[in-house]
Design a protein around this ligand. Structure first.
Ligand SMILES: [Fe+2]
Ligand SMILES: [Fe+2]
Length: 142
């Protein structure tokens, strides 16, 4: 993948401010994985993993607060992709450097699909059930 060929665009916006802000951060850290510098790959991946843990916890919290019906399915997608990131991290450290390139290529595709489906449903569900959210700031659609 060409360096920084993928980034934030309106195509990824779900018109839900707090979620879009988190997603912009994900996109930035995810795009940084395609930088061709094996020496810093693991630290760039660590930054994405740390972000993703918070990112997914935020959405999992929103789902719990609003009793989002497909919460189990959405949480599972989060857990699965985190496991992939952690597995790639482990194997890259053992020398499987080609996995770094593959992850950098695959994650944007995963994210676009996840945004289009699970996150899109959650954003719309929160926008139509603002009274269920504990933090009133999070209840304001962008
Ligand atoms: Fe998300
Ligand atoms: Fe999500």
């Amino acid at each position: 993948m060409e360096q920084n060929s993928w980034g934030w665009s309106d195509r990824l916006s779900l018109s839900y401010g707090p979620m879009d802000e988190t997603h912009k951060e994900f996109v930035e850290l995810c795009a940084a994985l395609s930088e061709d510098n094996p020496a810093t790959f693991v630290s760039r991946l660590d930054a994405l993993i740390a972000h993703s843990i918070e990112h997914f916890e935020q959405e999992n919290r929103w789902m719990a607060e609003t009793a989002f019906p497909p919460a189990g399915c959405h949480r599972q997608e989060h857990e699965a992709v985190l496991e992939v990131m952690q597995e790639v991290r482990r194997r890259v450290e053992l020398g499987e450097l080609d996995l770094a390139t593959r992850l950098a290529e695959e994650l944007p595709l995963w994210f676009e699909h996840h945004v289009d489906t699970m996150d899109n449903m959650l954003a719309r569900f929160m926008a139509s059930n603002p009274e269920k959210l504990m933090n009133a700031d999070q209840a304001q659609p962008a």
